[in-house]
Design a protein around this ligand. Sequence first.
Ligand SMILES: Nc1ncnc2c1ncn2[C@@H]1O[C@H](COP(=O)(O)OP(=O)(O)OP(=O)(O)O)[C@@H](O)[C@H]1O
Ligand SMILES: O=P(O)(O)OC[C@H]1O[C@H](OP(=O)(O)OP(=O)(O)O)[C@H](O)[C@@H]1O
Ligand SMILES: [Mg+2]
Length: 283
Amino acid sequence: MLRIAVPNKGALSEAAMEMLSEAGYVQRRDRRELVMLDEENGVEFFYLRPRDIAVYVGAGTLDVGLTGRDLFQDARVDHGAEEVLGLGFGKSTFRLAGPAGRFTSAADLAGTRVATSYDGLLAQWFQDQGVPDVEVVHLDGAVETAVRLGVADAIADVVETGNTLKAAGMETFGEPIMTSEAILISGRGQHPEGLDRLIRRLQGVLVAAQYVMMDYDVHRDLLTQAAAITPGLESPTISPLADENWVAVRSMVPAKKTNQLMDQLYDLGARAILVSSIHACRI
Ligand SMILES: Nc1ncnc2c1ncn2[C@@H]1O[C@H](COP(=O)(O)OP(=O)(O)OP(=O)(O)O)[C@@H](O)[C@H]1O
Ligand SMILES: O=P(O)(O)OC[C@H]1O[C@H](OP(=O)(O)OP(=O)(O)O)[C@H](O)[C@@H]1O
Ligand SMILES: [Mg+2]
């Protein structure tokens, strides 16, 4: 039985459960449920604080978990757990910010106090960057207010839209410390039964969301050029048509490029170009 940790609240929780549902797993219906057995799929879900998930997986108590890359690095458990798959949601950056105009680079923070909820991650980063004498002040949240209230000179926090920072009269400076997204983590070097299947299912959800199926008809003489526009994942499917000078082509293409590719195919001479969404897939 594969034991999977899932965020029970916060920014990642809803999307994590939705992705698991799309991957065919049963998810809890009631927020108070802390454990959910999905017997048919041979997995058991444990709903935990996203920050704690790396700790459970790192200690080997649970096999795998969905969490944020930033939370995983902050937990400092990379001896016990490793990232196995990016999940494409919960994207954010982790950045330094200060009162508008005060700082321009991380080096300016030598000898200052920097507030954050991610002190493991931040302290390590200052050490790696060689910025001396930074006092990292741990706060649980609402970090943007720390400077105004005098407990820190600057902050490091999760930035998604930047609205929270702006409202607090703060601005980012320096390069992002890291970019984050939801990830699947697993015990380092462990290969529990069922992990490969979970990864394949999650990859299937990712691919189904990122690709569409494109069908079109094209003259045989143009097939090589058309196939170069839509190479597919392995190679396009070519089927004969009643008119033997023409063929039907079917290929998966990145959803974001749909219109651009349709224009290119049309300009080449392809016709009856159809696009359909992919409900699920295994590649
Ligand atoms: N707009 C956002 N705000 C906060 N976290 C975000 C955002 N977008 C993505 N994330 C990601 O979500 C994770 C943080 O989740 P969560 O909000 O549950 O943590 P938290 O703020 O520490 O917890 P809480 O505020 O519930 O005590 C991080 O991996 C972070 O990168
Ligand atoms: O760039 P934005 O889109 O404004 O989002 C980022 C903000 O959201 C998070 O706060 P959250 O709501 O989780 O509160 P917290 O700081 O108390 O955790 C994060 O800590 C930032 O404050
Ligand atoms: Mg939060």
